[in-house]
Design a protein around this ligand. Structure first.
Ligand SMILES: [Zn+2]
Length: 76
């Protein structure tokens, strides 16, 4: 039986890339109706088993709520 070496970091990196793309696509459809701002998703690396994200370019509460909804839909 062959020994399969599991490259955890590489797999995690690929998972984060896929998630970043997914979140970017979800967030790209969101735009603040009042200020016309488009939010941006940034992958910030990992801490332990947590993957850290940052959503930038949030101008107001209204946009923040829309982003949250879009991310929730993307997670389904
Ligand atoms: Zn706004």
């Amino acid at each position: 039986m062959a020994n399969f070496k599991f490259n955890k970091d590489k797999i995690l990196r690929q998972v984060s890339d896929n998630l970043t793309k997914r979140y970017e696509q979800a967030v790209r459809t969101v735009r603040c109706p009042e200020h016309g701002t488009i939010p941006r998703v940034t992958f910030k690396g990992k801490t332990g088993s947590n993957i850290n994200w940052r959503i930038e370019n949030i101008c107001c509460e209204q946009l923040k709520k829309q982003v949250e909804v879009a991310i929730q839909k993307a997670n389904r």
